[in-house]
Every structure is written in structure tokens, then in C-alpha cells.
Design a binder for this molecule. Sequence first.
Ligand code: ATP
Ligand code: MG
Length: 518
Amino acid sequence: MNASPRPELPESAVTVTSVTKHYGVTQALAGVDIAFRRGAITAVVGANGSGKTTLLKVIAGLLRPTSGRVQGPDGRELQGLTSAQESGVVLVPQEPTLAGHLSVWQNVSLGRPEAARGPFVNDRAARELAARRISGLLPPDVLERTTSSLSKSSRQLVQLAAAMAKEPLVLMLDEPTAVLDEDGVVALHALIRGFVGAGGTVVIVSHRLRDVLELADDVVVLRNGLVSHAGPVTADTEHHVVRLLSAEERASRPQHRPDRGHVVLQARDLRGWRGLSVDDFAVHAGEIVGIAGQSGSGRSRLAAVLAGAYAAGGEVSVEGQKVRLGSIRSAQAAGICYIPEDRQVNAILGNQSVAANLLVGREDPELHNGPFRNRPAEKAESEILMERFEVRPPDPDRLAALLSGGNQQKLVVGRALSRPAKVVVADEPTQGVDASARGAIHAALASAAAAGRAVVAVCSDFEELFEISDRIVVLRDGQIVLDQPRKHVTQDEVLAASLGSHLPVADPGRHVSEAHPS
Ligand SMILES: Nc1ncnc2c1ncn2[C@@H]1O[C@H](COP(=O)(O)OP(=O)(O)OP(=O)(O)O)[C@@H](O)[C@H]1O
Ligand SMILES: [Mg+2]
């Protein structure tokens, strides 16, 4: 460590020098040199598995680098979690770390000295602290709710409030917008701008173009564990980044055409939790219906009910065959496959291999030798799926938990879209996935439609919604408020319908939960 006093603060808030990180034989970081400008917003972008999360975790002291060093805001070397925390470096991780069984106020105030009285929690001070921190992000009535009862979007905002309660100097955010809806993104951007305006430094990892072009001052591109580009966001870099962050293989997407005469999925008189109230919703063979709406509007709820993951009143049928509501098994038997919003809780088998995750429950005779598994066939099949959905690294034996976030999402999607089904219900299928794999997932949805399946996709990203949908349905307060062929609506109309008379941040009440009741 440098013992001589520093006359001035260094211009960069965090400096990373020659950092490498190996996980066994995998080299996640291959010698990263980068300085994050003090008082600036830096976006870190790059393909799934390029090392973004690893870099942030090394800086935050959650991972020890194999070699190299990191200096914090006061120029001192950061050596692990404690010294990062003491230096004011705080990470909001890609996968949620909140204590689900605790209330929102408990999570936000956890470990804060101002919320403590000696060894005990001062409930009143803790509640006040939490209330201050969630203001502008979430409505005050969520404070008492159990965190696990909130939607993924709301939980992300709680996580952000908890990070802000630590009063960071450097706030690092790993894909915070992957599941945020319009309100959430607006609130997050506002919070970040305010924080930077007050002298803070922000590093944000994102696959969304908007976070780079509308928010960031600087951009860093990672590629195979190395910095391949770093500099201010200018018209010049814009071109570069746009190419990196937008899916380009549109041409190769299978053509499909809805068959209006053939209703595959029919829902009637759905009545569910928090006012879900859908009288008539039908999806035709070969049709992709995109579902939009704010968090709390019932969009995930509708998807969960259609997929049998959540009980409701009413009726759902697939080609005339009734589905028992609230029974995933019955929905599956009727030919509905479901990609849930929350991969950590509902989909990824972390302690099993990539191949097991892709093939779980597959009963195709080709994958079996009589009662036994046919390992070579399983290996071949998982290789095809890894290739198609761009799972990196393409190692069927690797534990799923060791894949990067975007690659875990590819497993969930690859598993669902590779089964025979009549209906695909996908809730945010491309969350956290890079542009190239996003293109592959869009292509897989299109090919499901081309094969005559009915596809329902909940989509909080408008660009994507308009890119993939044949028809757009907007939910608000549990009801369908717009249902139009894509060609007949504009993004502004969809936004207006989803907000109703509300303005984006003026009514944070839109963030309350939908998918998981308490
Ligand atoms: N715990 C681990 N054990 C082994 N390999 C790992 C582990 N965590 C990450 N990796 C590997 O390190 C590489 C970088 O992963 P990282 O999570 O940093 O990527 P990322 O850029 O954040 O990707 P994404 O956009 O998908 O979140 C990947 O090849 C990944 O499979
Ligand atoms: Mg990551």
C-alpha cells in the first residue's frame, strides 16, 4: 500500500489494473485495465459471459482476483468486501440477494447503524430510514410487505433502495433494468442522475441500448474478459454500441402468419388475485401476442394463470381441451409450456448440469434406451440446444449455477422451446440476454409460431414488443385496455394505454407485486 499522503483525490473513482480472474480453467477476466471516471455514469456492455459480472464482483470485493489490483475512491487499494464497503463501493448484484422472508423496511435498513439501538434494531428509525430510501421508487405501502411477495421489478427497486441506504460513493449496478418496466426505468434513471449530480459515481451493466444512449457518459465494452473499447458516449461510439446491442439477424427469422380461423388458446372470464379480470382472450395458431403493461398491471399474473402456475376463476382451454386452473401439470398436459419471469426461483436447477437443465422431464424415446437414459443421445441433443440458444461455454456437464446470468436464461428458454407444445407462454424471455442470443430467442419464438403454435410473450421492452408481436395486448389494473394488431398501434399509444391517466413517476403505485402473492 502507498503510505505517502495524497495531495489530491485521483480523477477516477475506481481504477482497475491488470486484473485477471480464473475459475478453474475458465478465464473470466484476461487482464482488465480500466479507470471509472469520478462523478460520471459508465455503462459496461458486452456479450453474455464476457466478464461484466465478474469485473463488478472483483471491484466490490465479492471475488478475489487471480492477479491485479483495484483502487477505490480515495486511491487506496481495495482488498475484499470490507475494504470496498469502507471505501463506499456498493454493488447491486444481477441476482437478487434480499432476504425474501423479511419485510421491505427490514431489508432496506439491514445492517445500517442509524437503524440500530445497540445490538438491537430500532424499528421506528429503521422504518423511517427505509421510507426515505424507497420514496420515488416504490409506494410507501410496500414497506410492511414481505419482500418475496413483490414482483421482480419491485424487488429490484428494493435492492436499489437498500444499496442507497449504505450511502455509497460508487454505486455499481449489474443489469438493473433487465426486468424493470417503464416506470421503474424512469425512476432508476432519475435516481442515478440525482446521485451523480450530488457527486456520486455510477457503473451500470446493461444489455439495453437505452441505458447507454440516454444515461451513460462513458461506455466500456468487454469482450472475452478484456476491454475492447472504452471512451465517452459520442455519436461515434453510438454506432459501435448500437451494433453490439441490437439483434441483427432479423432476416433469418422464420416467417409466420396467424391463422385467424384457428383459435388455439382460449381464456374466458378469468378472475384472480389483485383484480385480474379478463373476459375474453384468444390466441390463434401461428400468432405471437405480445403482452405489455406496467409492473402490477397483471401481465405476469395473466401469464402465470394461463400456464397453470396460478389459480384463478374462469376457464382456459387449448384447442377445446379444458385446463385445470392452478395446475401446471394439467396445463402441460394440454400442451402449454411456460417460461417464468423468475429464473432463480422457478426455473434454474443450479446444482445440476447444463444438460440436465435443458433435458429435464423430456420423455422422447430417442433420449432413452428402454427404461434407461441414453447418454450419448442426451449429449447430442444438449449440444444442439446449446448451439441453437448460444449457451456459453457450451459444456453440457457444467453446473448451471456457474453460468453467467444471461446464459442461465438461455437454458430456461432453450428447455421450454425445445418441447412439443401447442402454446408457449413466455414471461420476459430475453431478460439479461445479449443481442445475439436475443435474436436467437426471437427466432425460436417465430419458429414456434411458424409451426402453428400460439405464442404469448410478456415484454416490458417496447422495442422488443414491437419487433416480435403480431398482436399487442395491454393490461392495466388487471384488465385488457388495448388489443390490436401490431401494425395498427404505435409505441406512444401502447405507453398511453398502459399508463392510463397516470404519469410515469408520479404514481409509483404501479410497481406493486403481481406474480407472487404473500
Ligand atoms: N462461479 C463460476 N465458476 C465458473 N465459471 C464461472 C463462474 N462465474 C462465472 N463463470 C464464467 O466466467 C465467464 C464470465 O462470466 P460473467 O458472469 O462475468 O459474465 P457476464 O458478462 O456478466 O454475462 P451475462 O451478460 O450473461 O450476465 C463466463 O464464461 C462464465 O461461465
Ligand atoms: Mg452478468
